[in-house]
Design a protein around this ligand. Structure first.
Ligand SMILES: Nc1ncnc2c1ncn2[C@@H]1O[C@H](COP(=O)(O)OP(=O)(O)O)[C@@H](O)[C@H]1O
Ligand SMILES: [Mg+2]
Length: 299
């Protein structure tokens, strides 16, 4: 039945935004492609960050995942996923998304067997790729449910922020619900701790960038070097303990944990529409994502 290697569908999820789902999906995809694997990224998030992160401007495409999902409804054109897939510069193939995808979710609730729709829509390409990576939105809605039902493996991403552990119970709830749908226990194969090393005290949300971001990272917000250094010294000790605690708890819950250090190259690569494997493979985050891709290959 299987041609050309192990076919594996991997879904990246966390109902919180900014935990590194898209970043982890794209950069894992990039290193899998670099290792010679045939890789498809399915963007199941209306925000289309995975689409843009692979250098595709959503409006430049005529058809998107919206059209593929809407195919299941009467009166809409039949658009198989093969019709929306596009090559990208990094060698990763992409099923792009755009904001229209928002309109799919309410319609899905009209279908009884809605949880398996994406799994069925992927059927025509399951054997054309070694890996299909699904990026999901920060919600507990139908795209996440569909991504999890389609998945052979699940990766959860957890950011280094002060509320890092808050979402874990929610993840376990959703895995329990999916387990009832698919008829077996569902759990994450890997937890990725992202933006590790970025101090929450100076974390103003997703990836502070530019000169103010750089300055605040070194000196603390608005501080001088001395004042900043004093505070940073105290902060670092507490921070180390806090991170160790998070890491231990995540390991206890999920078993496998990888950490990806905070690295400005992540943001720069995304701005260029490339995975880090093609922009800065030897950066700290590049090395971490190469390791994650190797782990995925070992599954
Ligand atoms: N290791 C990292 N170093 C620096 N910035 C990162 C890192 N991982 C993620 N980011 C940044 O954090 C933000 C949120 O990440 P993203 O992957 O979009 O989260 P999600 O998809 O879960 O909402 C993005 O701006 C991204 O560039
Ligand atoms: Mg995202």
């Amino acid at each position: 039945m299987i041609t050309g290697g192990t076919i594996s569908c991997i879904t990246f999820c966390h109902h919180k935004g900014g935990t590194g789902k898209t970043t982890t999906c794209l950069n894992t995809a990039g290193f899998l492609a670099l290792a010679g694997k045939r890789v498809l990224v399915v963007d199941a998030d209306p925000q289309a960050n995975a689409t843009m992160g692979l250098g595709i401007y959503p409006d430049s495409r005529r058809r998107h995942m919206y059209d593929v999902f809407m195919s299941v409804f009467e009166g809409f054109p039949d658009v198989p996923i093969t019709e929306v897939i596009t090559n990208t510069e990094s060698g990763v193939d992409l099923a792009p998304s755009n904001l229209d995808l928002v309109g799919v979710e309410p319609s899905l609730y009209m279908i009884d067997d809605r949880a398996g729709i994406l799994r069925d829509l992927l059927e025509p390409v399951r054997h054309s790729y070694d890996y299909i990576l699904i990026d999901t939105p920060p919600s507990m809605g139908q795209f996440v449910v569909n991504g999890l039902v389609a998945a052979d493996h699940i990766v959860v991403t957890i950011d280094a922020g002060i509320f890092a552990l808050r979402g874990i119970d929610g993840l376990e709830t959703i895995f329990g619900d999916i387990g009832e749908i698919v008829g077996h226990r569902v759990s994450a194969d890997l937890a990725v701790l992202t933006r590790w090393g970025e101090s929450p005290a100076i974390d103003a949300g997703p990836a502070r960038s530019g000169i103010s971001g750089i300055l605040s990272r070194f000196f603390g917000r608005g501080g001088t070097r001395e004042a900043g250094a004093g505070r940073a010294g105290q902060r670092r000790t507490g921070e180390d303990e806090r991170r160790e605690r998070i890491e231990a708890e995540v390991k206890r819950r999920f078993g496998r944990v990888e950490t990806v250090p905070f690295s400005r190259e992540v943001y720069e690569a995304q701005q260029r529409g490339l995975p880090i494997s093609r922009y800065a493979p030897d950066s700290a985050a590049g090395v971490a994502y190469r390791r994650i891709a190797q782990e995925v290959i070992s599954w």
